[in-house]
Design a protein around this ligand. Structure first.
Ligand code: GLN
Length: 537
């Protein structure tokens, strides 16, 4: 019997619903259950691909090339649930599908309504995943906050699951905030209200995850239980963890969250084996050495724009038994900076991440030049690799006007350009290369040694490529091409010669790193940065 868990949020946004859902997923996987994760985003956009990082943080890309919400990245880091376009549902997709059917006349003249047509489409999407062979539990996170107009159809569809499947197959987990007022007293009223709002739409939560600055005492949990009808043992204290988010599955397990879930859903599952998570937390907590990485990008003021890279750098630290400290450096301000020694003081590695558009590019080029000439470990990801190539052409080939046609369409030396431009097929325009594909790594290169393989699969999200007309002259000048597509048409990775660790990749390895399985490129980059630190001491 397949089971469904809905995770909703109350009081306000940004309480960490994605991490809560992912942590619950990891606990159930540790009990040998096959889990699937779905994120519902009630916004009208069809996907996150067109949304600015200022609006929505990182765009997370799945193997099949879906551009999704960053919570899917949390699912990937905490669970082994396979993720694709189907795991990310938006209001835009649901309405697009229902309106398409209506235009095709498939409703046979009936009035098309939110209930049942929109809710049926929502349920169909959830069941498509949840009813797959072998799946035990599907966790569906409903984005936004209970009470938002946009989430009502999704909550209604969730309510209907109890009607359709029966109480023993559906569970509601509500993540809420218990704020502390002046003097530190914890207040339960906002939670009473948000549970009240859920009840108005026919949903009685079974479990409350209460976010609070510190652990709730028994008295407070009893009080919340009394007002909400949730059993005291199911009022879980989701207090702020002091060290790492990877402690959260352990915090929940200590309060028997997984036991409560399996009992409610009447699942016969073995006990939790949490050794892998415990190990990650132990390493993190016991590491006394810190490696400092400068991340040079243009969206550095915002939390979460570089979420997957941030986490992958932390994982690389865990693999080396050290803590990674990430220093965010604004590339636009860097352009005006005269003294780069000051900016990069006490930084042992520099990373330039992906990005779009011209703003801040010169600062990234300056950072790459500084890293190359000062022999500081440098990791260029997507745009960060393109920047490496532009900088190399300018400094080593003397092409002062080398650029990407993304930033300078008529530039005389377009070392980075659209494939269509290279072939002079202007009408095609640029289409994004998205999702997982193969790269071949060339023998003897650093990247091949790091992966210990000559064939790898990583995810892409870009339009521009290293221009093939410049490939040979760049290689003749020393730039090493470490990876190419299987047909050798596109450059996938470059390396600086005579440098301890200067590597750029056109793909996004950060999407494939987990705390319990750090990505080899991040492990190797942190190791090189750590070596630099040790050499300096
Ligand atoms: N803007 C560059 C391109 O489209 C890089 C994209 C990225 O870094 N994700 O090719």
């Amino acid at each position: 019997m397949k089971k469904y868990i809905f995770v909703t949020g109350g009081v306000c946004s940004s309480l960490g619903k994605g991490i809560a859902a992912a942590s619950l997923g990891s606990l159930l996987e540790c009990r040998d259950l096959k889990v699937r994760m779905i994120k519902i985003d009630p916004y009208i956009n069809v996907d996150a691909g067109t949304m600015s990082p200022y609006q929505h943080g990182e765009v997370y890309v799945t193997d099949d090339g879906a551009e999704t919400d960053l919570d899917l990245g949390n699912y990937e880091r905490f669970t082994s649930s396979p993720l694709s376009q189907k795991n990310s549902i938006t209001t835009g997709q649901i309405y697009q599908e229902v309106i398409k059917k209506e235009r095709e006349g498939r409703f046979l003249g009936r009035t098309v309504q939110v209930i049942p047509h929109i809710t049926d489409e929502i349920k169909k999407r959830i069941l498509q995943i949840g009813e797959e062979d072998g799946v035990d539990v599907t966790i569906i996170e409903i984005g936004g906050t209970v009470g938002d107009i946009e989430s009502i159809p999704f909550l209604e569809a969730a309510r209907q699951f109890i009607h359709d499947k029966g109480k023993k197959r559906v569970l509601f987990v509500h993540l809420t905030l218990i704020p502390a007022v002046a003097g530190g007293e914890l207040k339960t009223k906002p939670t009473q209200h948000s549970v009240g709002t859920l009840r108005e739409i026919g949903i009685q939560p079974d479990i409350l995850l209460c976010r609070a600055p510190y652990k709730l005492d028994e008295g407070l949990r009893n009080k919340i239980s009394l007002f909400t009808n949730v059993e005291t043992e199911a009022v879980i204290s989701a207090y702020d963890v002091k060290t790492s988010i990877y402690e959260i599955p352990l915090v929940y397990h200590d309060q028997k969250l997984d036991d409560i879930v399996v009992q409610h859903l009447e699942i016969d599952a073995p006990h939790c084996i949490l050794d892998a998570w415990q190990n990650v937390v132990n390493i993190y907590n016991s590491s006394s050495v810190t490696v400092s990485i400068g991340l040079v990008g243009k969206y550095v003021d915002l939390n979460d724009t570089y979420k997957s890279i941030h986490e992958a750098l932390v994982h690389g630290g865990i693999a080396n038994g050290v803590r990674t400290e990430i220093r965010y450096i604004d590339s636009e301000s860097l352009e005006k900076e005269k003294d780069l020694d000051k900016v990069f003081d006490q930084v042992q590695g520099i990373l330039v991440p992906g990005g779009f558009g011209q703003r801040g590019i010169q600062g990234m080029i300056d950072a790459a030049r500084y890293a190359r000439t000062r022999k500081i470990p440098y990791f260029g990801i997507c745009l960060g690799m393109q920047v490496m190539v532009i900088e190399y052409a300018r400094s080593i080939l003397g092409m002062d006007d080398a650029d990407s046609t993304e930033f300078f369409p008529t530039c005389p030396n377009p070392v980075i350009s659209l494939l269509a431009e290279q072939a002079d097929i202007k009408a095609l325009g640029g289409t994004m290369r998205l999702g997982r594909s193969e790269s071949r790594l060339l023998p003897g290169t650093k990247i091949a040694t790091i992966y210990t393989s000559d064939s790898i699969f990583e995810r892409h999200r870009h339009r521009y490529e290293v221009s093939n007309s410049y490939r040979k002259v760049l290689q003749d000048a020393g730039l090493i091409v470490g990876g190419v597509t299987p047909d050798e048409a596109l450059v996938e990775a470059v390396e600086w010669p005579d440098h301890p660790w200067g590597l750029g990749v056109q793909f996004h390895p950060e999407f494939n790193s987990k705390p319990i399985k750090p990505h080899p490129l991040f492990t190797s980059f942190i190791k090189a940065s750590l070596d630099k630190k040790r050499n300096e001491q």
